[in-house]
Design a protein around this ligand. Structure first.
Ligand SMILES: [Zn+2]
Ligand SMILES: [Zn+2]
Length: 366
């Protein structure tokens, strides 16, 4: 079939809206009519070359839609199901899946980073030349063929833009709080970065009944949305941030400090924002090959714990429906995350808005 998609050809050039060929789903694959896709920084890392990827490709990995047709042997979803898409599908049988760490599943890593389906081929092409699929999802397109393992059914009452955000930012942020750090009731929490993931961390910390939630961002335009999501305090990022955090936490530093940007300099500051015995959670994706310089003497003497959190340490099959339920119950106010909706034709504008950073998540809707 012919579909309209946003195609990426080489780093630091805009998306081209083009018509591509999309082949039918093969065995174990699903054709999804895309309903909504979030404008996430991880796609931008591909656009700048910070995340190397085969090209041309279609990015977009924070998606949700409706199952249109299914290939042979598909048993996880049925035609008509609403699905949120999981960008790190898990097999259920490898060492990590068997030991309760499905976000670290080792089975599909190869084809995902090769930009193909699990059999090593693409379903997308243009004039007979393959076009690659980012994260095996490629949702900046009207339709996507995806492995069935990427499809998590979501109740129809959940609007597709919300389901899309559950597919990346919400699971990454709320999961970092509930699964990775397991934030305790009454604790103090600091969140560096108030983008889609950072705001989701704030929502998760409020749900976990943290007492003090301090949001930090380089732009004060994020203050209002951070406070609405549940932050008790907002600090602009500058040289006084750490001392201000200490004065808000009885001079100690915070129990938990989350980094939701992926900048080595900020990751290093997080160590000083955490109290002795505190936990630092690195949830932002850093550019491939970057390094963080953390002082071992302080980590040891002050017993600080540093945790990596990838996709919110999620078990997506259980966590996506859980976050959808918490949304429907009013316990996770995910509507607050969505700043603006765009048509696919305006995707370059959506990314420009993301970079100026004055709101929540932009969402492309179909
Ligand atoms: Zn994302
Ligand atoms: Zn696995």
């Amino acid at each position: 079939m012919k579909i309209k998609a946003a195609v990426f050809y080489k780093p630091n050039t805009p998306f081209q809206i083009e018509t591509l060929d999309l082949a039918k789903p093969r065995s174990g694959e699903v054709l999804v009519r895309v309903g909504a896709v979030g404008v996430c920084h991880s796609d931008w890392h591909v656009m700048t070359g910070a995340t190397p990827h085969p090209v041309p490709c279609v990015v977009g990995h924070e998606g949700a839609g409706t199952v249109e047709t299914v290939g042979a042997g598909v048993n996880r979803v049925r035609v008509g199901d609403h699905v949120a898409l999981n960008w790190a599908p898990n097999c259920g049988t490898c060492f990590y899946c068997m030991n309760g760490r499905p976000s670290l599943c080792a089975t599909y890593v190869g084809p995902i980073w090769a930009g193909t389906m699990m059999d090593g081929t693409t379903r997308l092409s243009k004039d007979g030349t393959p076009v690659y699929h980012f994260s095996s999802l490629a949702c900046f397109a009207e339709y996507a063929v995806v492995p069935q393992e990427c499809c998590v059914p979501i109740r129809n009452e959940v609007p597709l833009p919300i389901a899309a955000l559950i597919g990346c930012a919400v699971t990454t942020g709320v999961g970092a709080v509930l699964n990775t750090a397991r934030v305790k009731k009454g604790s103090s929490v600091v969140v560096y970065g108030a983008g889609g993931v950072g705001l989701s961390i704030i929502l998760g910390a409020r749900y976990a009944a943290a007492d003090r939630i301090i949001a930090i961002d380089r732009t004060t335009a994020k203050r209002e949305i951070a406070l609405r999501c549940g932050a008790t305090d907002f600090l602009p990022a500058d040289e006084r941030t750490v001392s201000q955090i200490q004065s808000l936490t009885e001079g100690r530093g915070a129990d938990y400090v989350f980094e939701a940007i992926g900048l080595p300099m900020v990751q290093e500051e997080c160590l000083h924002a955490a109290r002795p015995g505190g936990t630092i959670v690195l949830a932002g994706i850093s550019p491939v090959g970057s390094n963080t310089n953390l002082p071992g003497a302080i980590i040891t003497r002050q017993e600080k714990t540093i945790m990596g959190s990838y996709y919110g340490t999620a078990n997506t099959s259980a966590d996506f429906p859980l976050y959808a339920d918490l949304y429907l119950q009013g316990k996770l106010t995910l509507d607050l995350l969505i700043s603006k909706q765009y048509s696919l034709d305006r995707i370059n504008e959506a990314y420009a808005d993301m970079l100026t950073g004055d709101g929540g998540r932009g969402v492309v809707v179909f």
